[in-house]
Design a binder for this molecule. Sequence first.
Ligand SMILES: C[S@@+](CC[C@H](N)C(=O)[O-])C[C@H]1O[C@@H](n2cnc3c(N)ncnc32)[C@H](O)[C@@H]1O
Length: 286
Amino acid sequence: MIEGSQTPPTDTDPGWVGLLTYLLNSRGFDFNGYKPASLARRIRKRIEAVDAESFAGYQNYLETHPSEFATLFNTILINVTSFFRDPAAWDVVRIKAIPEIVAANAPGDSIRAWSAGCATGEEAYTIAMIMAEELGIDHYRERVKIYATDVDEEALNTARHAVYNERQVESVPPDLLDKYFEEVDGLFFVRKDLRRNVIFGRHDLINDPPISRIDLLSCRNTLMYLNSDTQARVLAQLHFALNEGGFLLLGRAETLMAYGHTLVPVDLRRRLSQRVGSVQRMERPV
Ligand SMILES: C[S@@+](CC[C@H](N)C(=O)[O-])C[C@H]1O[C@@H](n2cnc3c(N)ncnc32)[C@H](O)[C@@H]1O
């Protein structure tokens, strides 16, 4: 049995604090803002798998077996995602958010979206398909920029490749699959016309400044892994990222919590809200 395996670790547990500090200093992953109980549960799985006996013992193991980092991060950072995940939420985006965003921007203006915590890219390409359908592919190509970010480089590499198997594209409506993917030997490649407006990059929601002037921000099923203080801090950053009138879409299990003064619900059930009130340009990050 791993030491203390029944209880969540605390900030006074030197093995735990040492391991988190080591992960930050050696690999740049800051897990301090995550919910300790579920984080520890996932790390303990790896401790058991490699037969280490404690957090400190596992740190020693990592020091001598660097390939374990990738397995650990795959266990902690859950990359589960799909195209059109929770389709009803995307219907609300299509019906309520996109027409307003298009109306608020002059025909020559760019439209900016951000998929934060994009995992392997399905969410970003979902936004791309919805935008291309609403604007037409020519206007999409001229006007739309979709930033897609994650802390996990491995997931981002998969996203950049933009190749998915048959099971992964099952949730793409058949007409959109025909239109926006090219099938080669059972694999589905996102077409270049759609892909080239999607810009992938590493971004840590907890520590990096947000991207700015966003019209549609999707941050789904990522906040839920963070503790409540960190969630509130990240939400404040997301709020900064939005243009006035910009929309924020969260995951089904996520809420705005106390952060309600300038983000008002558009569809509570589908977790779509909108930034109201003018944006103080001076106070905004780049
Ligand atoms: C469950 S996936 C959600 C994917 C997609 N948004 C969806 O809802 O289908 C959570 C993603 O959040 C990413 N993530 C975790 N912590 C993060 C952080 N601090 N900054 C940015 N991304 C993070 C993980 O790497 C993972 O890809």
